[in-house]
Design a binder for this molecule. Structure first.
Ligand SMILES: NC(=O)c1ccc[n+]([C@@H]2O[C@H](COP(=O)([O-])OP(=O)(O)OC[C@H]3O[C@@H](n4cnc5c(N)ncnc54)[C@H](O)[C@@H]3O)[C@@H](O)[C@H]2O)c1
Length: 357
């Protein structure tokens, strides 16, 4: 293992805390530091988990360079801090989103420029623009939208969205901060010799995600079935047929360990990474699966209004990342939901006030 000291920004968040604990468990000789400003409601619940898993917690903010300096030199930084909602900034100030996702990333890059260390940056499928995603030729089949037979578009097939999907057009401010961050990573590679891999993640799900209406819908769906509260099928006519692929956070961890171990070969790569077509689900299908697991059926209303950043279908084409790393997602939708259900049952007293409606 070449990376002995690992800094995970956003390390008390859903992905960051799972990566930090898994990293320390699989590489016990490594020193893992989780830096987080605890902005996300529920992220404070990670602190005892991190402590008992041997991960050091540093209360800090990526908007403040001194907080990164305080972490000292690291061999690898995994950048997971963010305002992660695609709806952030609409109808309100984009200040926090831009300052955290973009200025914060620049501070992370500066820290690595000064002290050395590799970078794995968690980007997003939301770098792809909204209008062409909405224009994909889709038809309803049962409870979900599917690709029209034989339809072909650049960067798209029934296997999903590839890295060559055209990037022209608006993509939400969230997506724009991620794409701008990717460009800066590329410049730091070219100018300062930074070694970096970028993963454009689709929907990630699993235990310890503090799902809310604007981010983390898989956990939100299950939590509302268990703890009560309302859900609605919002957008695209309010039918609930929109589709996403889902990746279990432990499958993401497996990918990142492969990338970290092979960084000199993978340096500069930009991958789409997600569950892929086999691990995809529509909202209606998700409702049925949650009802099966919980024994509770919710009456879910349709809200036909489509919000500006909503898209009807996103499935990751994992071909490039699988080819380059030998990785593939192992957990299917039922396994992911089973893990979430088990976690919510075990932690219901602490989680019901946060995740219930
Ligand atoms: N969860 C997904 O489906 C998904 C999909 C694609 C990309 N991503 C990306 O993965 C990363 C992690 O996402 P997540 O799902 O774990 O979100 P999360 O909200 O659970 O975690 C983000 C963490 O960052 C912290 N944070 C926010 N602002 C900060 C700041 N200024 N300084 C320090 N910490 C700050 C929050 O307190 C939170 O704990 C993000 O970059 C996100 O954009 C997530």
């Amino acid at each position: 293992m070449t990376h002995r000291r690992i800094l995970i920004t956003g390390g008390a968040g859903f992905i960051g805390s799972n990566l930090a604990l898994n990293w320390k468990r699989v590489f016990p000789e490594s020193e893992v530091i989780a830096l987080d400003n605890l902005k996300r409601r529920g992220s404070e619940l990670a602190l005892p988990r991190l402590r008992s898993g041997g991960v050091s917690f540093q209360h800090g903010d990526v908007r403040t360079p001194e907080d990164l300096e305080a972490a000292g030199p690291v061999d690898l930084m995994i950048e997971c801090s963010a305002e992660p909602s695609v709806h952030a900034g609409y109808g309100q100030s984009p200040g926090y989103l831009i300052n955290t996702n973009l200025t914060g990333l620049i501070h992370c890059l500066e820290h690595l420029r000064r002290t050395g260390g590799d970078l794995i940056f968690l980007s997003s499928s939301r770098v792809y623009p909204i209008a062409p995603l909405r224009a994909l030729p889709l038809v309803r089949q049962g409870d979900r939208l599917v690709a029209e037979a034989d339809a072909v578009r650049p960067g798209w097939s029934a296997a999903g969205i590839g890295e060559d999907f055209p990037l022209g057009g608006a993509r939400s401010l969230y997506g724009a901060t991620k794409l701008a961050a990717e460009l800066l990573v590329e410049e730091y590679r070219a100018m300062y010799g930074l070694r970096a891999v970028i993963d454009r993640c689709g929907v990630i799900a699993g235990p310890w995600q503090m799902g809310k209406v604007d981010q983390g819908f898989v956990v939100l769906w299950m939590a509302r079935h268990m703890f009560g509260g309302s859900l609605s099928y919002s957008g695209f006519g309010g039918q609930g047929v929109q589709v996403r692929d889902i990746l279990h956070v432990d499958d993401l961890f497996a990918l990142l360990t492969r990338q970290a171990a092979d960084l000199s070969r993978l340096d500069g790569a930009v991958f789409n990474a997600g569950g892929g077509p086999e691990v995809s689900v529509s909202l209606r299908e998700l409702t049925a699966l949650c009802a099966d697991l919980t024994g509770r059926r919710l009456d879910i209303a349709g809200d036909p209004a489509t919000r500006p950043a909503d898209i009807p279908w996103y499935v990751t084409d994992n071909a490039a990342v699988c080819r380059a790393t030998g990785w593939r997602p192992e957990r299917d939708v039922r396994t992911i939901l089973g893990d979430i259900h088990h976690w919510l049952m075990a932690e219901r007293c602490r989680l019901a006030p946060i995740l219930g409606g």
